[in-house]
Design a protein around this ligand. Structure first.
Ligand SMILES: Cc1cc2nc3c(=O)[nH]c(=O)nc-3n(C[C@H](O)[C@H](O)[C@H](O)COP(=O)(O)OP(=O)(O)OC[C@H]3O[C@@H](n4cnc5c(N)ncnc54)[C@H](O)[C@@H]3O)c2cc1C
Length: 267
């Protein structure tokens, strides 16, 4: 499957929105959870190396069979921020975090007509409609899933969102009919910004649906705090370490299974 870039826009200095479309997205179908689209749905994108000896539209499996490893496309995961089945438009929001990496630089350079090969989507979370309250916590990489989830929280329901970013010009609005308490935290270099803010959140509700995604070490500390100190039921938490500050995605995927097992051993 592939999409062609219809448009790109800078949502913030560190976030690029890419809208893909075209016949290459025929057959794209959002995973269904509790009667609606999964709000954490993601695609695996495949970005070929510079000067690849195959065209922009390719089958990643065929490339792996026919080409040496150094010619294989890099694989990255990105959340479906929005999918419009009528116009067949797929919206992805990419964190651009400097010149390092594959996907961030690809998005920063993307122009109308460029091709992006992708597989998926998969996903399994949507805010439970009968929860008493909702808590969504993360960084910019989790913002697409948090924004999609925010839109799916029932009208009037208490919703607390904690998001960390680099500064005021990196903040975006989150439209919702829920009773939203949105707190943007600005990085101070400690990596503790979300955890410190979370400590001040009143979790007195008996039935909170929680979603915690983002940088691995931050997610792990947030998860431990919620499960151990705040006694949030494990079944009520969607928790995923998306990326690791000290590693690129290849290195992270190589250790992620063990990391998640250790994280689940915390509590
Ligand atoms: C299910 C899932 C959904 C995801 N959805 C999104 C999404 O919608 N939008 C999004 O932007 N990301 C998302 N991510 C995270 C994204 O896949 C990773 O951040 C990925 O490593 C980015 O690839 P890259 O090629 O830009 O950088 P890499 O080549 O992987 O890394 C290069 C360097 O950049 C650092 N780095 C990687 N990501 C970030 C970051 N976010 N901020 C600062 N430094 C970083 C690495 O630690 C490394 O030092 C998702 C991850 C998962 C597992």
């Amino acid at each position: 499957m592939h999409g062609r870039v219809l448009s790109t826009s800078r949502l913030t200095p560190g976030l690029v929105r890419v809208v893909l479309g075209g016949d290459g997205l025929a057959g794209f179908a959002m995973p269904q959870v509790r009667g609606g689209d999964a709000t954490d749905a993601y695609v695996n994108i495949a970005v070929p190396p510079e000067g690849a000896a195959y065209g922009p539209v390719f089958d990643p499996r065929e490339v792996r069979d026919a080409h040496p490893r150094e010619a294989w496309p890099a694989r990255r995961r990105y959340t479906v921020r929005a999918w419009d089945a009528t116009t067949r438009e797929l919206t992805l929001d990419f964190v651009v975090h400097g010149d390092e990496g594959v996907a961030g630089p690809w998005a920063a350079r993307a122009a109308e007509g460029d091709v992006l090969v992708l597989e998926g989507p998969s996903g399994g979370y949507r805010p439970r409609p009968d929860a008493a309250a909702y808590l969504l916590v993360g960084d910019e990489s989790a913002l697409p899933a948090i924004a999609a989830s925010t839109e799916a929280v029932p009208a009037g329901r208490p919703l607390t969102v904690l998001l960390v970013c680099d500064g005021p010009d990196h903040e975006v609005d989150l439209p919702t009919d829920a009773d939203l308490d949105l707190r943007w935290l600005h990085r101070d270099g400690s990596g503790q910004e979300l955890l410190e803010a979370l400590r001040t959140v009143d979790l007195a509700w008996h039935d909170v649906c929680t979603f915690v995604h983002g940088e691995a070490d931050e997610v792990r500390a947030l998860r431990r705090h919620l499960l151990v100190e705040r006694e949030v039921p494990r079944a009520e938490m969607s928790c995923s370490p998306y990326w690791r500050r000290t590693m690129d995605d290849e290195a992270w995927r190589a250790v992620k299974r063990d990391y998640v097992a250790a994280m689940e051993g915390d509590a």
